[in-house]
Write a protein that binds this ligand. Sequence first.
Ligand code: VGL
Ligand code: ZN
Length: 196
Amino acid sequence: MKALIIVDIQYDFLPGGSLAVAKGDEIIPVINQIQPHYDLVVATQDWHPADHQSFASQHVGKAVFDQIDLDGAEQVLWPDHCVQQSPGAEIADLLDTRHIEAIFRKGMDPCVDSYSGFYDNGRRKHTGLSGYLKDRHIEEVHVCGLAADFCVFYTAMDALQEGFSSAIISKATKAIDKGSFMEKKDIFIKHGGQLL
Ligand code: VGL
Ligand code: ZN
């Protein structure tokens, strides 16, 4: 059984959003078209409290895209994005949500970021996604959405870690930084992941 994981198709990651991924909107029709080919479709939603520590606005003297040490982990500082209940956190209307059986929210703990749909960056807490997929007899996952070099990559990597075969669908993802996705893609493939 094969699942599609649709990562963070939210207004803040689309053109016009606070952490817009260039051409992020172009993948939505592609995602809509492939959904019927899966046994199960789930989605993730970045869902931060307004004082999330990944926001540059929470650190005096720091700028967006600076790197800091957050509780012993390297953290890129982002513009405020996907704040709970804000319009930017909403899943885009153009995404066909009819097939999506569950939406896993992440990034709610103000003290730790959460790129992966499976657990936070410190691996302190699981979202329940792994158990959900296993309960549904999923062996293989395909990951798409935004952004390729962050949440898509870490979700696809953690899927391998959780024992699923895992692929990233290249036509259905876009990166914040293409160069960084190139490097991460190689890491993913070295770990047994596939690029479709
Ligand atoms: C993401 C940065 C911060 C993503 C989420 O969805 O890739 N990137 N939060
Ligand atoms: Zn985020």
